[in-house]
Unconditional design. Structure first.
Length: 857
RNA sequence: GCCGAGGUGGCGGAACCGGCAGACGCGGCCGACUUAAAAUCGGCUGCCCGCAAGGGCGUGCGAGUUCAAAUCUCGCCCUCGGCACCA
């Protein structure tokens, strides 16, 4: 094993060079330890002498092993943090663990262990993995969400939200997964309505659950001004919130021999212009008036339908999707515009949770209503028509809603343009108190309860006398019991844990029972970045001074799969905290970048069960962390991701070794060649020196821009190009001269954020060789481009004739358009192609970069 | 069906503003070094015709705008992600 501190080459040495081999497995741990000892990456949060920069990447779930996907997320973010440090910013780049969640519980049930033990063991392992990649994390600020010092503040927040009416308890149908219990609406995925975690089909259950009032913020969440987020995420959130403008219209039930009538039936419609076309009404099976409106002779059928709808999983509801189902209640409603009696039906295509849970059906102008009307033989009446189509029969719903349409069969409103007619109808009805303009959202309140052990206990006590009683702040945290007995079941073990369950009522002191539901684990990630600033603070959730100074986060990175979960909840939570008077910001993350996802080699998501997981440790052992980091950045655009393939990592490894050899041994000509090689293309020495300098500074300019624009793949490519240039001059008379030396320095500085170990090692050796005292490359300032050097003296202009490339010409940088044109026309090749004809036009394109000679005939 | 992202050599990808298509890397072929191999170094490598000089064709498909289109417009096809009867 060679020592790493002595200079690798004798300056001016001739002949076969002897330099140390590049051994990443030796130098990487060495530097990691050194950085640690020196506290090089400790962030002083109190330091206000430099501009702050809060860089954050989504913390991982500690599932046992970091796989290459985690590295893919963290590496460029780490490089970015380092890049900002080199720009003199006080960078905070923390990490932690999203430690509550289902996999821990599954593992615990399977292996008969405690989820806490499983989780903490995994975290311990993942910490060492993170360290091996050489990230600048300051571990003093680590947050582990399953620790009471963190989750007690979830409970504290919950109590504050409760006080402010932002948390509430309600019985209603919830999405229910047989494995995971209650799910938030956001956690049900796909056309087949499966659980986001386990993939099981989701059912509906009528349960009493805790909710957070996210819908209070629906409009505000639609406003993305002031944050720089990727367009697709904004679009997804916008669609998810699903604001739609329309009107609420009051229908009234008609009296008949079975019931007195007069009940209000409210409906929401976005098409009030079609009100005269309502030929029946449909209630969701869950609608509260279903029982009242059902006629005795229809009761059996209706009850059966409602029961079946409740029992059906969403998946079944979908499989019968082609054919609409429904039953007639026997009752009628009065259409407020024309007092017409229309039948009231029940069908599961109307959703209980959206709008009012009831619709006016306008089969002529709605595809679903049309299908339903056809199936059950209900009337279809056209009330909107395009010019000249007033009486055209409908063989499908007419839904175009174009500007030139007008109303027909709509009483006094007939003939009006559809939009205006709609407005006037609402106006007329609203004077009688029967309609009002309304906005409806698809967004639902956040279903917050989970029937699991491994989460934050909801700090609520149920007392027979006092009802629902919040746990007093002084009694927080409500701790999870240390021992847990799953009894082989999947059911929440807290339900059977007498020592947890039994509690005195904080109000009356009588016997009471604890809430056994825990919080959705998305609560943790909804505010964790605030906690990073003061992870051990025990008299409050956040340090308000530090929060004011450091948040919002300047740059957040993470996957787009969290678009309508974590990234939406975080925005909600921040706004709620603002309204609780805790912070004075509206948004959590100023700038967001979504990196792509690394898939397994089979193109599927990496998972242990599929056996397609790539372990970064193996790669690090073989190539070193620096090469793995560079490779992950080089693979392709960061927002793209893609299937994992090791193909190509050799190339990056080769590149690092070349950097090594160039930096330590400029004269090496392998092997055995004694004399300096020739300069390329008959360049003289001064041209060669200028060329080196120009290449280095052009690279610096481009690489800086690439870092800023998150183009890490081309950043690495440009460093490779510079290395290729230097390689050409290696062993020539200009190698080792001041321009060469500067180029190597720039190369190492540019490489430092991406490949921190090898650049640090080579930097140290250079300082040592010059007899200078050691200082870390990572505390060096980012170099400044010498634009004069970057500009080349001459450049090549491609020449086109009629748009086709025919020739090239080398011209001086400052050439004028006229001179360039003359040079081009004088070219032998151009004259040949012109064959005596006069060009119609000569186009000197974009900054004299290209010339196109146009000639006809 | 609706919304979003994308389609470029054998492969990953580059070309950011309409201006040399294929940077950089992988793979492949040839050569140097070596007893040999590895490593390293050098050259070639979009497809077709041609000994060559050179020419033709090429960015999913088809039209169009332009001196000039991977890039802009229109119409299609395909892949991936999201939504899922939202009245």
């Amino acid at each position: 094993m060679t020592t790493t501190s002595e200079p690798g080459t004798k300056a001016g040495g001739r002949g076969r060079s002897r330099i140390d081999r590049y051994e990443p497995t030796v130098i990487e741990p060495k530097w990691q330890q050194r950085w640690d000892e020196l506290g090089l990456y400790e962030t002083d949060l109190e330091d206000t002498s430099r501009p702050k920069s809060y860089i954050l990447t989504m913390y991982p779930y500690p599932s046992g092993d970091l796989h290459i996907g985690h590295w893919y997320i963290v590496t460029p973010t780490d490089a970015l943090a380092r890049f900002h440090r080199m720009h003199g910013e006080n960078v905070f780049f923390p990490i932690g663990f999203d430690a509550f969640g289902l996999p821990a519980e599954n593992a615990a049930i399977k292996n008969g262990i405690n989820p806490l033990d499983w989780t903490m063991r995994n975290i311990e392992h993942e910490r060492t993995q993170f360290r091996s990649m050489g990230a600048v994390f300051d571990w003093r600020y680590e947050v582990v969400t399953c620790e009471p010092e963190f989750y007690r503040w979830n409970q504290w927040f919950f109590l504050r939200l409760l006080e402010h009416g932002l948390a509430y308890r309600r019985r209603s149908p919830v999405d229910w997964c047989p494995n995971d219990g209650t799910l938030a609406r956001e956690q049900v995925e796909g056309a087949d309505r499966h659980c986001w975690r386990c993939g099981m089909p989701v059912e509906k259950r009528d349960l009493e659950q805790w909710y957070l009032r996210t819908t209070n913020y629906a409009d505000e969440l639609l406003d993305f001004s002031g944050i720089d987020w990727p367009e697709p995420i904004k679009v997804q959130q916008t669609n998810w919130i699903g604001r739609s403008e329309g009107a609420e219209v009051v229908f009234t039930t008609a009296p008949d021999d079975a019931q007195p009538g007069g009940d209000e039936l409210r409906v929401f419609t976005t098409r009030p212009d079609t009100l005269f076309g309502a030929t029946f009404m449909v209630l969701a099976p869950e609608h509260p008036l279903v029982a009242t409106l059902t006629h005795p002779d229809r009761r059996a059928e209706v009850d059966a339908y409602v029961a079946a709808a409740a029992r059906r999983t969403e998946i079944e509801r979908l499989s019968t999707e082609r054919e609409k189902t429904g039953v007639f209640t026997g009752s009628y409603a009065i259409n407020p515009v024309d007092d017409e009696r229309i039948p009231i039906w029940i069908a599961d295509y109307v959703l209980g949770g959206y709008g009012t849970g009831a619709i006016m059906a306008v089969p002529a102008h709605d595809e679903r209503d049309f299908a339903f009307a056809q199936r059950f033989g209900l009337a279809i009446r056209r009330v909107v028509a395009a010019p000249g189509t007033d009486d055209e029969p409908l063989d499908a719903a007419f839904v175009s809603h174009a500007d030139d349409e007008h109303l027909v069969n709509s009483g006094e409103f007939s003939g009006l343009p559809a939009d205006e007619g709609g407005r006037r109808i609402v106006n007329a009805l609203s004077k009688r108190g029967l309609a009002k303009a309304t906005v409806t959202y698809r967004l639902r309140d956040w279903t917050f309860s989970r029937q699991r052990y491994w989460g934050t206990p909801i700090p609520i006590i149920y007392c027979d006398r006092d009802g629902v009683v919040p746990v007093p702040d002084a009694d927080l945290p409500v701790r999870l019991p240390d021992t847990v007995d799953y009894g082989g079941r999947g059911e929440n073990p807290l339900n059977h844990d007498e020592s947890f369950l039994r509690v005195e009522c904080p109000r009356c002191g009588g016997p009471a029972r604890r809430e056994t539901d825990t919080m959705d684990t998305f609560v943790d990630s909804s505010w964790y970045w605030f906690r990073y600033l003061s992870p051990h603070k025990d008299d409050g959730p956040i340090d308000r001074e530090l929060v004011a100074r450091w948040t919002p986060v300047d740059q957040y990175t993470g996957g787009a799969e969290h678009a309508v979960m974590h990234l939406l909840y975080s925005r909600f939570w921040t706004k709620a905290m603002r309204d609780l008077g805790l912070v004075d910001q509206d948004e959590p993350f100023k700038r967001l970048f979504n990196q792509g996802q690394i898939l397994g080699a089979d193109g599927e998501r990496m998972s242990k069960s599929r056996g397609n997981v790539q372990d970064p440790d193996d790669l690090v052992a073989k190539y070193g962390a620096d090469s793995v980091r560079l490779f992950l950045m080089f693979m392709g655009p960061w927002d793209q991701g893609g299937p994992w393939s090791e193909t190509g990592i050799e190339g990056v490894y080769r590149f690092v070794r070349r950097v090594w050899a160039l930096a330590l041994d400029p004269h090496g000509r392998e092997p055995g060649e004694g004399s300096a090689g020739p300069l390329p293309d008959g360049q003289d020495e001064s041209a060669a020196r200028a060329a080196i300098r120009s290449a280095a500074h052009r690279t610096l300019r481009d690489v800086t821009q690439d870092y800023e624009g998150f183009r890490f793949n081309t950043m690495v490519a440009k460093l490779m190009e510079l290395v290729n240039v230097l390689q050409r001059y290696r062993g020539t008379s200009v190698a080792g001269l001041s321009e060469w030396d500067e180029a190597i320095s720039l190369l190492l500085l540019m490489l430092a954020p991406a490949a921190p170990h090898v650049s640090e090692e080579l930097w140290a050796r250079r300082l040592d060789a010059r007899g200078e005292e050691w200082r870390s490359i990572h505390t060096e300032p980012w170099p400044v481009v010498d634009e004069r050097a970057a500009a080349a003296e001459t450049y090549e202009v491609p020449i086109q004739v009629n748009g086709k490339l025919r020739d090239r010409i080398e011209v001086p940088t400052g050439i004028s358009e006229i001179e360039l044109e003359q040079l081009v026309l004088a070219r032998e090749r151009v004259r040949e192609l012109l064959a005596g004809r006069t060009p119609d036009r000569v186009i000197v394109a974009g900054g004299r970069r290209l010339v196109n000679v146009v000639v006809r005939g």
